[in-house]
Design a binder for this molecule. Structure first.
Ligand code: SAM
Length: 301
């Protein structure tokens, strides 16, 4: 994809060799972008930017981390939404923590049975930036079934009534700044309490390759709360998350096995009807199959 090097208003001022680098301690992911900054605001929580890359379209960055790109956001948003929704089978009342770009609620509102989605996002600027510059991702903020709360998800679940939600989706950032508390036992204990019996939670679990410590600690934390056999790890491919191998971890308050106890025909029908681009009925089960080195990390071999 080629961008025009000439801008009518600015003339030949667009820098063509600018890279956005999402750095970990010893490794990094870089996207070349046009040099144009579409959105850039810093608030007490974080710095929020929207930039325009050559290879992945516009992308949302929080601090120096890529949150989603127009080209590959469907990998993450479909996988954080559909396996848990299909495994639950009839989720009507859902809580989303974070998710300010809107991709997760866009996927959830594809289910007719959903009655209410409460979304608690700490930073309104993420929503504003996404509505303005990523309208295909932020397409469902006007949905009448959405209860949008600008606030801290950690505090919200502390005060949530017990046995309220069928599904909780933690669509939070990496464990720095306001998202640090999304990786604690206290937070997941409160989430479990807020889940109905038979309810399920899914959380983004970082990369086993780049963030082994966080990945393993989160898994142990969830196992301590939901029970060893009630925590299930999924892997999926994410081009623009560091290492390309990303994880989601699911906790079940009940006896359902999300990889086995789902209706394959319904999942196939749903992914066809909704023209999904990543999730399908075969991928559902396959995503729970872990490479041997990951099993070993988690003590599951
Ligand atoms: N999937 C992305 C990733 O892993 O790169 C993250 C998506 S981004 C939409 C995560 C969102 O979580 C951000 O908008 C951020 O403001 C929000 N967030 C972080 N900490 C939060 C908290 N304590 N309560 C509610 N939202 C929070």
């Amino acid at each position: 994809r080629t961008k025009p090097s000439f801008d009518l208003e600015k003339g030949f001022q667009i820098e063509r060799n600018v890279w956005f680098t999402d750095k970990d301690e010893n490794q990094a992911l870089s996207l070349r972008y046009t040099g144009e900054v579409l959105f850039d605001e810093t608030n007490p929580f974080q710095r929020v930017r929207v930039l325009d890359s050559y290879s992945h379209g516009k992308f949302l960055a929080i601090n120096n981390m890529v949150m989603c790109t127009e080209r590959d956001e469907f990998h993450y948003h479909e996988m954080i939404s559909h396996p848990i929704m299909q495994a639950h089978g009839n989720a009507k009342n859902i809580l989303v923590i974070g998710g300010g770009d809107g991709g997760t609620i866009r996927e959830l509102f594809k289910y007719n049975q959903v009655e209410k989605v409460t979304m608690v996002e700490i930073d309104e600027s993420v929503i504003r930036a996404s509505k303005e510059h990523l309208p295909n991702i932020a397409s469902e903020f006007g949905n009448s079934k959405l209860n949008l709360i600008i606030g801290d998800g950690i505090q919200f679940v502390k005060e949530a009534a017990a046995n309220s939600y069928d599904v909780i989706i933690v669509d939070g950032s990496d464990p720095v700044g306001p998202a640090q508390g999304l990786f604690t036992a206290e937070f997941y204990n409160n989430c479990k309490n807020a889940l109905k019996e038979g309810g399920m939670i899914i959380t983004q679990g970082e990369s086993p390759m780049f963030h082994e410590g966080t990945f393993v600690e989160l898994n142990q934390c969830l196992k301590g709360i939901f029970g060893k056999s009630q925590v299930h790890t999924m892997l999926f491919h994410a081009t623009t998350y560091p290492s390309g191998m990303w994880s989601l971890q699911m906790g079940v308050k009940g006896n359902t096995h999300p990889a086995k106890d789902f209706n394959k025909d319904k999942a196939r029908q749903f992914s066809n009807d909704k023209s999904l681009k990543y999730y399908n009925e075969d991928l559902h089960a396959a995503a729970f199959a872990l490479p041997t080195f990951v099993r070993k990390m988690l003590g599951e071999n």
